[in-house]
Design a protein around this ligand. Structure first.
Ligand SMILES: C[S@@+](CC[C@H](N)C(=O)[O-])C[C@H]1O[C@@H](n2cnc3c(N)ncnc32)[C@H](O)[C@@H]1O
Length: 217
């Protein structure tokens, strides 16, 4: 991991400095996940476990990340002591999916860290798990006519930031349906970056509309 990645990925920088610079509020992303008390949530690329700030109720929450520093930070959260909350520093495999049998999968800020093959394989693997009803993705995105957003996207730690079409193509290759997609500001009032949120369901779901405008303050 480069020094740049290590600094930007350090829990203090990620959780304290980044929100001040970019403005961060993931409420729309977690609303899109639409989790309820009977949902088993698999959060892939969970980082320091910020999802727990947004999720109201669930049966179980399972956060996975390949970064051991992020997972040890997540494990220090008070919620990590709850019996229904689990964090693991590991890749998600078919065995993980069989074991957890998730109903909702969150990939908040993940796809732009994965190359096309890895992203398609992961989406396909989650979509092929018969318990999974919904997958939500949220990513940094290059947008025409948005130079400030695009500079921030260029500075992102993720090496695979795409245009909207690039993310759509991953979903199509994985055989999933986009039931909703939306461009949101990184924070409803202070956010200077734009993110693409996609709500995905297994093939056969009814797609809803195209990209709707960014939420305004
Ligand atoms: C932008 S951060 C998002 C963290 C968290 N979801 C959040 O919303 O704050 C992306 C995370 O994905 C993790 N990651 C990258 N590739 C991964 C993979 N193949 N499996 C699991 N996690 C991965 C990185 O270590 C990093 O913590």
């Amino acid at each position: 991991m480069s020094l740049y990645d290590r600094i930007l990925g350090h829990p203090f920088v990620y959780h304290r400095v980044r929100p001040l610079v970019v403005g961060i509020d993931y409420t729309p992303q977690y609303e899109a996940l639409d989790a309820h008390s009977d949902d088993r949530i698999l959060d892939i690329g969970c980082g320091g476990g910020d999802a727990l700030r947004y999720l109201g109720s669930f049966e179980t929450y399972h956060g996975f990340d390949t970064d051991e520093v992020a997972i040890s930070f997540a494990k220090q959260r008070p919620e990590a002591k709850r019996p229904d909350v689990h964090f693991e520093a590991a890749l998600v495999s078919p065995a993980t999916l069989q074991d957890i049998r998730p109903t909702r999968v969150m990939m908040n800020g993940l796809l732009h860290h994965l190359d096309d093959e890895a992203a398609v394989d992961l989406l396909r693997m989650c979509g092929a798990t018969n318990t999974v009803e919904r997958i939500v993705t949220n990513d940094t995105v290059y947008l025409a006519g948005e130079p400030l957003n695009n500079i921030l996207a260029r500075l992102d730690r993720g090496r695979f930031v795409r245009r909207i079409e690039g993310y759509r193509e991953l979903v199509a290759r994985a055989g999933l349906t986009i039931v909703h997609e939306e461009l949101v500001r990184s924070h409803a009032t202070r956010g200077i970056a734009r993110y693409l949120v996609m709500v995905l369901e297994p093939k056969g779901a009814i797609p809803v509309g195209g990209v709707v405008p960014t939420r305004s303050p």
